[in-house]
Design a protein around this ligand. Structure first.
Ligand SMILES: Nc1ncnc2c1ncn2[C@@H]1O[C@H](COP(=O)(O)OP(=O)(O)OP(=O)(O)O)[C@@H](O)[C@H]1O
Ligand SMILES: O=C(O)[C@H](O)COP(=O)(O)O
Length: 403
């Protein structure tokens, strides 16, 4: 059985919804991003359908600089739905309960950062989370619980898994679309070539994907840190820490064995860069990997020939999945790899999914339209798990307790 959605819910009820509004915080300011826009669409529907809505979400992790209140998140959401969104600086205490009591149809209230609530952390079984005072106090205040936080659904925290055990639970619109698109790799049959372009800084994630779904993908084309580690494994003096960039040593130590295994068993499915780009005197310089003779090069992008080669492969593909940028696209000099491949995917009518919070930013930054892709995921860790076929506990509990 699958989960229930907003189509199964009668209008005008009192609902408790979980969003994932976890965002970059710069100098104390929460940065607006795609997560707000996506959840705002769900929220707009709930307001239009006259629901009284309380929102739960987390921001950062305890102890980190970005572990802040959700007051700014409420303001940003309000801007997106163009109607009032209140905030209460309490998670489930008296102040929160009073504010919930005052909610009428069409009202929206954002509760305080769920990770400030006793019982939200650590990760435990849904039935254990359901027994927390947090869940036991809030659940009776509402007719239904909605989980829209697909990108946090790999976490077994109270606000994500506890409520479906004790009350009617539904998937929100973001949960529904993300789930469908991200599991497509496991569930869809593609007629022709299936390509996966991967890069970014989290090489361990990328390598895990290759290891898990090698049978479903014809070609992996690599850039970013993972791409350089594969070049290192092939004997090139590439993929070593340079001053100011210590992304390689630990990820190499943790993955050397598996990279060598992958190259042994699936070498013909792996394509790495034949040329790369680095910075010198503020300029982009390109070099063939065969001509790199020192370990100290700070490689920031795949080269132009490689980018064209990857783009050609994308154009020939029936489906393309992307995780992680192929270069440091935030600097225009080093955006060639990422943008050339994304533009090729956007222009062809292959089935395409682009995942990863940072990577999906390149689409907006370089003037591409989200509509040119079948799906642009706002999830990082959850996207990876879905691609590898791993279950997401937040989704499983919605299914398990569906009526
Ligand atoms: N050669 C490189 N050196 C350093 N950083 C790189 C390189 N290539 C790509 N990156 C960086 O990788 C980042 C994106 O990768 P990341 O691993 O964070 O993946 P994501 O999937 O987009 O995000 P998340 O998993 O956090 O949602 C970009 O910000 C880009 O600058
Ligand atoms: O931003 C994310 O990937 C999700 O909100 C999960 O956050 P977490 O990694 O701090 O649990």
């Amino acid at each position: 059985m699958t989960f229930q959605t907003l189509d199964d819910l009668d209008d005008g009820q009192r609902v408790l919804i979980r969003f994932d509004l976890n965002s970059p915080v710069e100098d104390g300011e929460v940065q607006d991003n795609r997560r707000f826009a996506r959840h705002a669409a769900t929220l707009r529907e709930l307001v239009d359908r006259d629901f009284a809505v309380a929102v739960m979400a987390h921001q950062g992790r305890p102890g980190d600089d970005d572990f802040v209140s959700l007051s700014q998140h409420a303001e940003i959401l309000s801007g997106h739905i163009d109607s009032a969104v209140d905030h209460v600086a309490d998670t489930y205490g008296d102040e929160a309960l009073d504010a919930i009591d005052d909610l009428a149809g069409g009202d929206v209230l954002v509760l305080e950062n769920t990770r400030m609530a006793d019982g939200e952390l650590p990760e435990e079984e849904p039935e254990v989370k359901a027994d927390t005072e947090f869940v036991q106090t809030l659940a009776p205040e509402f007719d239904a619980y909605i989980n829209d936080a697909y990108s946090a659904a790999h976490r077994s925290h109270a606000s994500l898994v506890g409520f479906p055990v004790v009350m009617d639970a539904y998937a929100g619109r973001v949960m529904e679309t993300e789930y469908e698109a991200n599991t497509s790799i496991a569930e869809k049959e593609f007629d022709g070539q299936v390509t996966m372009a991967m890069g970014g800084t989290k090489a361990t994630d990328v390598i895990g994907v290759i290891d898990h779904i090698g049978d479903k993908i014809d070609d992996f084309v690599l850039g970013g840190i993972a791409g350089q580690l594969f070049l290192r494994a092939q004997g090139y003096p590439i993929g070593y820490d340079v001053e100011g960039m210590d992304l390689f040593t630990t990820q190499w130590e943790n993955n050397q064995e598996i990279i060598e295994e992958i190259l042994d068993e699936r070498g013909d499915q792996i394509t790495v860069a034949s040329d790369v780009a680095y910075g010198e005197d503020g300029e982009r310089v390109e070099v063939d990997v065969e001509d790199v003779d020192e370990k100290g090069l700070g490689i920031m992008d795949i080269g132009t020939d490689t980018a064209e080669e990857y783009a050609d492969l994308a154009r020939e593909s029936d489906a393309v999945f992307v995780k992680g940028a192929l270069g440091v696209f935030e600097d225009e000099k080093f955006a060639t790899g990422t943008v050339t491949v994304l533009e090729a995917i956007a222009e062809t009518d292959c089935f395409s999914v682009v995942g990863g919070g940072d990577t999906s930013r390149a689409i907006t930054m370089y003037g591409m339209s989200e509509d040119s892709f079948d799906h642009v995921s706002i999830a990082g860790g959850a996207y990876i798990r879905a691609l590898t076929g791993d279950e997401l506990v937040g989704v499983e509990v919605l299914r398990e307790y569906a009526e």
